[in-house]
Ligand binder design. Structure first.
Ligand SMILES: [Zn+2]
Length: 82
């Protein structure tokens, strides 16, 4: 295979500085809780919200940030790129 025919291989790497964020959101008034690393904290906000408003329908979303990097990148395998 020539260099021209070679395909790049990519991998995804989670950004450890950001981590996973969780947001609970009321589906009645669309109010969200603060973005938190804890899913339990987001659920607790939903319970407090239903207690104070009577709104009883929610979503919980998790968001994680990734970088896409070449698998032959030195930060992945410790070798020099070819
Ligand atoms: Zn609400």
């Amino acid at each position: 295979m020539t260099a021209r025919e070679r395909f790049s291989e990519w991998t995804l790497r989670a950004d450890p500085k950001v981590g996973v964020g969780h947001v609970g959101r009321c589906l009645i008034c669309w109010e969200p809780c603060v973005d938190t690393p804890s899913a339990d904290q987001a659920r607790d906000w939903c319970l407090k919200h239903v207690d104070s408003t009577g709104h009883d329908s929610f979503t919980l979303t998790a968001e994680e940030f990734f970088d896409a990097i070449l698998t032959d990148h030195p930060s992945v395998n410790g070798t020099s790129p070819t």
